[in-house]
Design a protein around this ligand. Sequence first.
Ligand code: ATP
Ligand code: ATP
Ligand code: MG
Ligand code: MG
Length: 259
Amino acid sequence: MANSKYEYVKKFETDDRLPPSSWIVVRIDGCHFHQFSAEHAFEKPNDENALNLMNSCAVSMLEQFPDIVFAYGVSDEYSFIWKETTQFYQRRASKLLSLSVSYFTSVYVMKWKEFFPHKELKGPPYFDGRVVCYPRAKIVQDYLAWRQVDCHINNQYNTCFWMLVKSGKTQREAQELLKGTQAKDKNELLFQQFNVNYDKLPQMFRKGSCVYRKKVEEVVKLDDTGNPVTRTRSKVAVEHVDIIGPKFWSDLPYILEEE
Ligand code: ATP
Ligand code: ATP
Ligand code: MG
Ligand code: MG
């Protein structure tokens, strides 16, 4: 750009580069999705298509941004973990945050028809977002465990709540009945009153969704003697597994590998 007397305005911009050598977590969350989900008649407590749409958007994110190493989603939120060494946009917080939110949102709108072929999008879905830096992989694991515990607690509550409502209780009555109950009581209520074994509900509802690159062996051709020649390729996968315990991370140490 040519120099002009107006150039000085650039000097008012602040440096928002995130500290080096730390994992960057961007968490986005749907704005007013309580209302958005009602307007679009999402199934309660868990609309499977809506969750799959979120997951598909997260897969697009990992395909678009190679420095995102892991994502975890539940309800209307998704957390994206950028690798500690990323130099994307010089680690500028506002750039990473704004492009994550806008990319995710536009993919959500683009893919809406694919997941809801018979539902018109009635208004613009939009998301808020925040950035947090964590200096060690262990803390990132604890961050993700925090989100998965939250998923479990909310899902258990919501499952009971909607079972009660669907059985004829008012929302207020359901709320009163659940006040002060422990996890054990809720499982008992589901089993005794509705013959539902909580542990048998779909994994996606109970565990949320993990998105990461998996190494897969792929046959590329056969050699002269007819033996398969394979190549390791990485493919973005969605899984609904436990990330609270150490096993997931010890089985896949490359995901949060520190340099
Ligand atoms: P805010 O703008 O503060 O985030 P919100 O209305 O989005 O408000 P959240 O705490 O983010 O509130 O909760 C999201 C709400 O969206 C849930 O309470 C639930 O009602 C609804 N929701 C999101 N995803 C689904 C889904 N897959 N199936 C059913 N309901 C959903
Ligand atoms: P970054 O991703 O860092 O924002 P950028 O390429 O988007 O990089 P900007 O500084 O945002 O760069 O500048 C926007 C550029 O987009 C302009 O320099 C111009 O080349 C192009 N551009 C934007 N709007 C128009 C338009 N209406 N017609 C033609 N070119 C446009
Ligand atoms: Mg929300
Ligand atoms: Mg939310």
